[in-house]
Design a protein around this ligand. Sequence first.
Ligand code: 4NP
Length: 171
Amino acid sequence: MSAAPASVLFVCLGNICRSPLAEGVFRSVIEARGFGDQVLVDSAGTGGWHQGSAPDPRSIAIAARHGIDIAGQKARKFRPDDFERFDLILGMDRSNADDLRALAPAQAKNRVHLFLEYANGRTGEVPDPYYGGPDGFADVYRMIRDASGALADRLGWRASAPLRGQASSMM
Ligand code: 4NP
C-alpha cells in the first residue's frame, strides 16, 4: 500500500457486538478529525447467523453512553468481494484474522491484520463479550476507542494534519 488506506472493514464473528462498535467508534473518531468524507468504514462477520440484525443491545448501549449511535447498523456476513472493496481488513481476534487469511486470495492476504496489533503495534485481541456481562462490553469499548484513535493516527488522519497526502510517509 503506497497511500493511506481509504477503506477500512472491521470483522468479528457475529457482526453484532465488537465490529459494529468498532465501525461506529472509528467513524466518529475520523469524523471528529474532519476526515469522515474521505474514508469508507464498514463491518462484517465471518459467520452469517445474525445477518440483517441490529447490533447487540449491549453494544448499542455502550456506544450511546459515549454519544455514538450505532442502532441503525445491520449485521452482514463477510463476502469474498470485500477483499477487493477494502484496503484494510481488521479482525477483532486471532481466529477472525486467521479465518480471513484462509479465505483471502494471495494478493489480498496482506490487507488482513489484527485490529489492536495494526493500530497500536502491540499484540492483543478484542475478546468476544457475547456470553459475558456488561463489564465485558465496557472493556471492549475502551480497547476499541483507544485503538481507533491510534489507527487514525497511524493512517495520518490526525486532527491537526494539514494535508492528508502526508500520510503516505507514515506507512
Ligand atoms: P461478535 O460476538 O463476534 O463480537 O459479534 C458474537 C455474537 C454472536 C455470536 C458469537 C459472537 N454467536 O455465536 O451467535
